[in-house]
Design a protein. Sequence first.
Length: 217
Amino acid sequence: MWNKIISIFIAVMAIIYIFFIPDDPVITKITFKLIPMLLIILYALMQSAGESKKYKILIMTGLFICMLADGLIYWFIVGLITFLIGHIWYIVAFRHIKTSTIPKWAAILLICYGIGMAFWIAGTLWTKGDFVLAAAVILYIIVILSMGWNAFQTANKFAIIGAILFMISDSVLAINRFIIDVPFSDVLIMISYYGAQFLFAYSIHAHYSATRKNLLK
């Protein structure tokens, strides 16, 4: 009951932020941006964890770090570093519930994505003489690829879809900032981002349910 109510509030507040909150004043923009994440953290807190309490704690910590990054992204480098830490935290969480190897098709797609993004974004920055930023982009790509890779190894479809959405959000953000203006970039970035965080939160319950089902067998 309460999970459904909070889910509705998350969706409503995300829609309000994405479509109705103006860019100025910035403090109002940041405040409304953080509200959906606070609700997602509350949603994660309410999920049953069973024997996977550590996974729940790790996911909630990742959500909190990403929420901090949401506000800090207005100071781009600081926000980028904070998001990087958030990705690393999710990697640790996914490794905690790792159950299988990554499917070959997923591994190939992730590797191709990483190489393509590195050549396109980091390569463009390198040709412009932004060598430090190009190196930082490559590092970030490696980390988000690792996050996606480890998500696939959980066999938790909600963690996997969440990781893909997070990668899409980061990719649109990077392309829009460094390469070309992406139409409706803010909408694309935030819908995929909030979707990713919500699915990470729900993956706690999904993992608990799958574990409980296996134990009953």
